[in-house]
Write a protein that binds this ligand. Structure first.
Ligand SMILES: [Zn+2]
Length: 304
């Protein structure tokens, strides 16, 4: 196996970084829509069109479809947050300004929900009119809209790395969310694939998705695993052993980085301590082809 340098990061909802990783991301504006203050020591993550707070304030800005609006209450879709129309000029400018400010003050930018809510969105009068004028078919117009927004983001993130999060569907990403991966690769430095789950009993599926994405994305690919998000207890999330196993198995697909999500630094520190203590699991995971993850656990021994 060729030696490559796998990077590691954490994805946190509070502006306190942890030791023992290459990238600390602070979710300054998660999909709840709350906005914190930039931390110059942490990369900044901004959820763009998924914004519950703004959707509550301006419900008329919600993205719409023949099957109803993109509120979380619409059970026709798996919407984990309210999604605003991505051609709304006020929403775009509001987010682009925040992105630009954070790009000045912090080491780099990560964006999430910078795409359409699902395949049926958005059929508001403005989107339909823009589609009509474009002369493109519906799927291509939506993809062009997503790429054009990313291009505008890139123009605000000058000389700093840009990470773009894409939902874990390597097959139908274009039809569902408007991802034209080749076009997007021109404007991003890294792709990040969130692989959030409250349990990882079957790593095979996550490995499959990671391998699929790695096979065609033209920029480095990171994945993101769920350690302990907001509102969870240690009993409602995956065991440390499951996360260690899925990370090691996904590492062997050739991905370039692995990120761990937690509400705050304390939970990552506890996860680091637990991973170090899992001696049997670390021994078992040898020879899986994901040794760089095991080396990470070795490095964490010095922290705990
Ligand atoms: Zn629209």
């Amino acid at each position: 196996m060729t030696v490559k340098k796998l990077k590691f990061g954490v994805f946190l909802y509070q502006p306190e970084p942890v030791e023992g990783v290459d990238f600390n991301f602070y979710r300054i504006k998660p999909e709840s829509g709350t906005v914190g203050k930039p931390n110059p020591e942490m990369y900044t993550n901004i959820a763009v069109f998924g914004d519950n707070a703004l959707a509550a304030k301006r419900p008329d800005w919600i993205s719409v479809s023949a099957y109803g609006p993109a509120f979380r209450t619409n059970k026709r879709f798996n919407l984990r947050w309210d999604v605003l129309c991505m051609t709304n000029p006020e929403v775009r400018e509001y987010n682009l300004k925040l992105i630009e400010e954070c790009a000045h003050k912090t080491p780099g930018i990560s964006i999430s929900s910078q795409h359409f809510a699902e395949h049926a969105f958005c059929t508001c009068p403005r989107c339909v009119e823009m589609w009509r004028i474009s002369g493109l078919n519906w799927i291509d117009w939506r993809a062009e809209t997503v790429t054009e927004f990313l291009k505008e983001v890139r123009e605000r993130v000058v000389g700093k790395p840009l990470f773009v999060n894409c939902l874990p569907d390597p097959l139908l990403g274009k039809a569902r969310f408007g991802y034209d991966f080749d076009a997007m690769a021109e404007y991003t430095d890294y792709f990040v694939i969130p692989m959030f789950s409250k349990a990882y009993p079957t790593p095979w599926y996550w490995e499959t998705i990671a391998r699929g994405y790695k096979s065609f994305l033209k920029k480095p690919v990171f994945v993101n695993f769920y350690v302990r998000g907001p509102g969870e207890t240690w009993d409602t999330v995956a065991t440390t052993k499951q996360i260690m196993t899925v990370a090691t198995r996904v590492a062997r697909t050739g991905v370039d980085g692995i990120i761990f999500l937690a509400e705050k630094a304390d939970y990552i520190r506890e996860f680091q301590k637990n991973a170090v203590a899992e001696k049997e699991t670390r021994e078992f995971l040898k020879d899986h082809g994901g040794d760089e993850v095991l080396e990470l656990f070795n490095r964490w021994e010095k922290l705990v």
